[in-house]
Each structure stands twice: as structure tokens, then as C-alpha cells.
Design a binder for this molecule. Structure first.
Ligand code: GLN
Length: 194
């Protein structure tokens, strides 16, 4: 049984842990390089990407995570986690860096303020015919999708909110709070396939 990690520097770590445990895998919190070395996949939660970025550098995780991405470790990034996986950012805080890996341009806070959070129902053909209930909480939007990345889902107005590239999944919203487990299952399938 593989062990997967949740990057536990800041954000909604616990919710992802719960979804993953319910899916039957062993989960550890990743705060240091030694913990990253023990896992065969990593979830990067929602939260505040500039804080996750700062802490990942402070804890010496930025380079090991970039290396793991280059190495093909499966990762699922939700919201701030998507921002961390984007190759390029719009409206980043001064000096903010991402890990990269997804050939996309992501705009932070693209839907406005916290109070403008909303839920949407999305078609995600890769996950099957049943639609996805998606909670957007000050989420980012994927403004440009490069040739290496594939679109998994968009809003009715065409804005892209989920992409995949190899073993990396990035989504603008929070499946872990609406009872949607299929993105985590897809991530675990990539972990098992490795
Ligand atoms: N606005 C946050 C950021 O820029 C993301 C919000 C979230 O993860 N729910 O990092």
C-alpha cells in the first residue's frame, strides 16, 4: 500500500488527509525533505500560495519538490496548490515563486474576494458522466494552457479550472469539501501506476 503525502505548511491539510484515508491509503504530513522522500505522491492543499511558497523555501522543500516533479512524482494541487504547480503566475505577490510543472499561466484571485466564493457544477469528461460539484474559494483561473498541458474542465463561460500534465493534476476549486473524491482517486491511480 503506497504512502502519500499532504504538503502541510499551511492551508486545508486535514480535509485532504481525511479524503485520502477514506480512500484507503496511508497519509503523512510533509514539512521537511525527509518526509517528502517517504511518499510516492503529494497533495498540495488550498490556502495562501504566497505563504506556502515562503514556508517551502524556509523549510528547504522548494528544491526537493521541484526535483520530485521533474522525477514524475504524481501531485494534485487544489486552488493555492494549483498556483504552486503553475509554470507562470499573474498577480503574484512580489517575489512569489511557484514550484512549476504545469505548462500553464495561472491568475491568482481571479474570481474576486472571499465573499464572492461560489459553487458550480462542472462537466469533467475524464472523470466520467457524473458532474462535479466544485467550491470556488478565492480561487485562481487558468488563463493560458500551453501545449504540454491538457484541459480537464472549464466553466460555462469558457474559463479553464482544471488541467492535467503527465502525473500532475491542478484544479482551481476544492473537491475535498464537497464530498468529491474522483480527483483524489485519479491522483492515486497515477501513484499506483508508477
Ligand atoms: N487566494 C489564494 C492564493 O492566492 C488561494 C485560495 C485558496 O486556496 N482557497 O493562494
Amino acid at each position: 500500500n503506497p504512502t502519500v503525502g499532504v504538503l502541510a505548511l499551511q492551508g486545508d491539510v486535514r480535509e485532504h488527509e481525511r479524503v485520502l484515508r477514506d480512500l484507503g491509503v496511508d497519509v503523512v504530513r510533509v514539512r521537511r525533505p525527509e518526509e517528502l522522500a517517504q511518499v510516492s505522491g503529494l497533495v498540495i492543499p488550498g490556502g495562501e500560495s504566497s505563504v506556502i511558497d515562503k514556508l517551502s523555501r524556509l523549510f528547504g522543500l522548494q528544491h526537493p519538490i521541484r526535483e520530485a516533479i521533474r522525477d514524475g512524482m504524481p501531485m494534485l494541487g487544489t486552488c493555492a496548490g494549483l498556483i504552486m504547480l503553475a509554470d507562470s503566475l499573474v498577480d503574484a505577490i512580489d517575489g512569489q515563486e511557484s514550484f512549476g510543472g504545469l505548462d500553464v499561466v495561472v491568475r491568482r484571485n481571479a474570481f474576486g474576494r472571499q465573499v464572492e466564493s461560489f459553487e458550480a457544477v462542472l462537466d469533467v469528461p475524464a472523470l466520467g458522466p457524473e458532474q462535479v460539484r466544485a467550491a470556488f474559494i478565492r480561487g485562481p483561473v487558468i488563463e493560458h494552457v500551453g501545449p504540454e498541458a491538457a484541459v480537464l474542465a472549464g466553466l460555462d463561460d469558457g474559463r479553464v479550472v482544471a488541467v492535467e500534465q503527465g502525473a500532475l493534476l491542478g484544479i482551481s476549486f476544492h473537491p475535498e469539501i464537497t464530498g468529491e473524491t474522483r480527483f483524489h482517486e485519479r491522483f492515486l491511480a497515477a501513484v499506483h501506476a508508477r
